[in-house]
Write a protein that binds this ligand. Structure first.
Ligand code: MRU
Length: 339
């Protein structure tokens, strides 16, 4: 299936259709499935990725898991799917948020005849809620631009990472529309290149002027005073504002601190984990060595070197000038409202 107007995922005729992000930007290939196991695999392989999007995909996968099951077995089947999906990726809290929201609905309604519809409606609600949150984040983010700015971002936070128009990416998109952005720099985001493959793809679709740079070139941009602010997304935000995001984010926050530039996070409130007090409690995912030593299956390093492969790092809250959510722009010291 090919499409001009791309989408990250949609649920249609009892199937989940998702864009295989590992093939972007060269090929836009959509995959269809009616089974939760395929969704779990897609999340593990980063065919479907980005904190809010993996939560939405997992919610739909739970609906698929019980679609044809007999009443007597539905509990066992749901639990198996829930456990499988829960173990796909450990860092983004949106996954656990969505799974638990669906589980609550399942536990209340498991004896009902129309259980599949009830669970599917909940997944649709989680999806719609994220669309709305992205819209509000885009609007709220406008206040961080005191003047027309040059912006640096990292990883991917657009339509490809969320149910809607994105988090940090939507702030960039709305600011550009409002003539508050001149140019965007997007880090390539080694090793899986979410910046040079995915953010560049989305910036091009939106016709926003941009340049791609290697992650290690960021410091040179700062020293030549080319950057006004940095804005990125988040995978999990602790109650004190410490934020886990794609590996390399912390480097940018330190650069901002040294060069006296503001560093912002944009994320829906579903990315805030109120159960943990600080970033020390965030479980960081480590990826396979092959992702570092190979490129598209091409072993460009023909040795089995030991590797260090965290997928995320944690930026201490004191380095974060503001956290933009659908509610408002929070400022340090962070105290998030409870609703
Ligand atoms: O490993 P990924 O590609 O899922 O990591 C994604 C990120 O780190 C994003 O910045 C984050 O999920 C925010 S998405 C709106």
């Amino acid at each position: 299936m090919n499409s001009k107007e791309y989408f990250s995922l949609k649920f249609e005729n009892d199937e989940l259709i998702f864009l295989d992000q590992t093939k972007l930007p060269n090929e836009e290939i959509y995959c269809k499935t009616n089974g939760y196991e395929r969704v779990a695999e897609a999340i593990e392989k980063l065919e479907v990725r980005g904190a809010p999007l993996i939560g939405i995909a997992a919610a739909y996968a739970l609906a698929l898991s019980i679609k044809d099951s007999k009443k007597k077995k539905v509990d066992i089947i749901f639990t198996k799917a829930y456990e499988r999906l829960k173990n796909t990726r450990p860092t983004a809290v949106n996954l656990f948020y969505a799974l638990n929201e669906v589980k609550k609905v399942f536990d209340k309604n498991k004896t009902k005849d129309n259980l599949y519809k009830i669970i599917l409606d909940k997944a649709i609600e989680i999806h719609k809620d994220d669309i709305n949150k992205c819209d509000s984040i885009g609007k709220n983010g406008l206040e961080i631009f005191p003047k027309k700015s040059v912006v640096l971002t990292h990883c991917n936070t657009g339509k490809l990472a969320t149910g809607g128009d994105g988090t940090a990416f939507n702030v960039i998109k709305q600011a550009y529309k409002n003539k508050l952005i001149d140019h965007v720099y997007t880090d390539e985001t080694r090793p899986l290149l979410q910046g040079s493959r995915l953010t560049a793809f989305e910036l091009e679709k939106e016709r926003i002027p941009f340049s791609v740079l290697t992650d290690s070139s960021a410091s040179s941009l700062f020293s030549s005073s080319k950057i006004d602010l940095v804005i990125v997304g988040a995978d999990r935000i602790a109650a004190n504002g410490d934020t886990a995001n794609k590996i390399g984010t912390y480097n940018l926050a330190v650069l901002c601190y040294y060069h006296n530039k503001p560093f912002y996070i944009a994320a829906p409130s579903t990315t805030i984990d109120r159960n943990i007090t600080s970033g020390e409690e965030i479980k960081i995912e480590f990826r396979k060595s092959e992702e570092l030593l190979e490129l598209n299956g091409n072993k460009f390093i023909n040795k089995k070197f030991e590797t260090y492969t965290p997928a995320f790092d944690v930026t201490p809250s004191k380095l974060i000038m503001g956290i933009i959510t659908e509610k408002k722009v929070y400022q340090y010291p962070y105290k998030f409202s409870n609703e």
